[in-house]
Design a protein around this ligand. Sequence first.
Ligand code: BES
Ligand code: MN
Ligand code: ZN
Length: 508
Amino acid sequence: MVKHNEISLSAVSKDIKRAQCDALVVGVGQSANGPVLLANPLSAKAAEALSDSLGLLGVTGAVDEVRRLPGLPELNTNVLVLTGVGKVSSATDLAAETLRRAAGSAVRQLSGISSVAIALPAPTVAQAAAVAEGAALGSYAYTEHRRADPAAGAPVGTVVVFTPVAEDKSLRPALDRAALLGKAVNATRTLVNQPPSHLYPESFADAARELAKGLPVKVTVLDEKRLEKDGYGGILGVGKGSSRPPRLVKVEYAPARAKLKLAFVGKGITFDSGGLSLKPATGMTTMKCDMAGAAVILNALLAVAQLGLPVKLTAWLCLAENMPSATASRPSDVLTMYGGRTVEVLNTDAEGRLVMADGLAAASEEQPDAILDVATLTGAQMIALGNRVSAVMGDEGVSAAVKAAADRAGELFWPMPLPEELRASLDSQVADLANIGEKFGGMMTAGVFLKEFVGKGKDGEQIPWAHLDIAGPAFNEGSPYGYTPKQGTGVAVRTLVAYVEDVVARAS
Ligand code: BES
Ligand code: MN
Ligand code: ZN
């Protein structure tokens, strides 16, 4: 169900003809004096001729501008492609994310062409890896439920990176990591893109087992009977309006030489209708994306396992479908959450925090060194930060580490506070807590609710924790851009993997 052709990545350093690709991509930047052709493998004569004609061709070098020209006889390629990198001050030293986006945009817009050589300026291993990663992220299409569109063509399958460090020993692992990240992000996108007719808690659990096959991880699925027996009142309370029962999926990676223990918790609402507090029709059309958090943590864990990082990691996928029916939770119902605390459900559309509360409480029992949770939790996230910037809140130390990892990964995250005074707004007349509180800054209110369910560590202090709200960035309702397609984006996968890498590096 979540099958993908993995992209094939390699590198050449000198003779670009050896790449033997259908298309060769070179970069164009925007300078104060107009478009400039960036460092490339063309002969001096060809490069000069092309440079001189950029203006007349109408090429500007703007981000996402991808233009096809006839290939040059000297290049052994049918098509020459110009990809814009945007404003440049230096023609050689491009930031990693600039390279990812330029390579990703080109590969995305070249689908239908099977092999592509990319000759963006990439004099270091990190830069060559960024080009490869962008290409892997740009090579994606979701076509499971429609007839093949001959005009669209299949995603690019082979990419050769032109770089002077092609023979460097550290390049191969960097390319492998790029392909692995591409696979993890693309699998996340596909899970998010699955229609809720096809993806529901049980089939999501099956997909998790399928994706984990052959990897050194253990997948345990708690069905509704087991959830009942163990007291997962949040997940059950949200799921009970649906004909498709909820699940809690626990995925464990526990290598022998692990130095520390981390936990991920993900929101997996396979469809959020709002429940009896029904959403308006327009607010419901994108709600298949409400399981993005669970898809992210699953694929990030699988990537960590494939990278063989020496860390114990458990992912808790909190899966339910939020539907209105005669069996659905009513506004004012009281649920007994995992661990025994009670919550009054005043709005059944604030369901994410209910399933996440169970997941956070369960994750805490195992006393990890840190917990990260990922959720499309609030519309307020989009009001605060828009469609492209995700929020991170919680412990200051963990939040700062997540922000640093996101910066390195090239994902936009911004730290937000969890003001203590918001806690009182969640007081209930009848239960320990209500599931809605202060409306203004509602993203932080939801974060404060989640914090209540993060347990204490052996030292008696709350376990270090951060909450990532990806409500807007998880799903692209607009046009594709850079390496980001329409619909599921896979955002946060790369940040989580980078975070685990950083934690491991710091511990050793
Ligand atoms: N899944 C939504 C949040 C969401 C909205 C994600 C838009 C992606 C795009 C969440 O379950 C929800 O409905 N939240 C409510 C909370 C409110 C009732 C306190 C919201 O944000 O309106
Ligand atoms: Mn909701
Ligand atoms: Zn939701």
